[in-house]
Design a protein around this ligand. Structure first.
Ligand code: SF4
Length: 129
């Protein structure tokens, strides 16, 4: 059977079958490009976040292991006294490992991936000498 433009059905099917791998390759390339773009956007977002704040994240592995919280009052309820300091009075600003940088934050010898909040707390809290 001849079609309008002088192509047989067989030739048309053959052409269509030959085009499938090319179409699939284009589809895969498109998917990869979209995935790469999404990955790039995510990385940029993460950079912005870390560039915007020098404070340690509570999700930092060391912070998590030490149960660090940026606001000590969040976990103060039921916290036992340590070295004669009531649980709710323990915070980074009166911890041995804290070096004040300003009224809100400072460096910690235990968690070094960023600054800790002066009102923070972690399980390594030790009374300042
Ligand atoms: S060790 Fe001290 S300064 Fe460091 S996070 Fe824990 S309580 Fe805060």
């Amino acid at each position: 059977m001849k079609l309008d433009r002088g192509m047989t059905r067989r030739e048309m099917l053959k052409g269509a079958l030959l085009a499938i791998p090319g179409f699939m390759a284009l589809l895969a390339a498109g998917k990869n490009a979209v995935a790469a773009e999404a990955k790039g956007a995510k990385a940029k977002g993460a950079e912005k976040k870390s560039a915007g704040s020098d404070m340690v994240s509570e999700n930092d592995p060391t912070a998590k292991a030490l149960k660090y919280v940026a606001d000590s009052s969040r976990t103060a309820k039921g916290r036992p006294a340590k070295m004669s300091v009531d649980g709710d009075k323990q915070m980074c600003s009166n911890c041995q490992f804290y070096t004040k940088e300003d009224d809100n934050k400072g460096k910690c010898l235990m968690i070094t991936s960023g600054k800790v909040s002066s009102k923070g707390w972690c399980a390594s809290w030790t009374k300042k000498a």
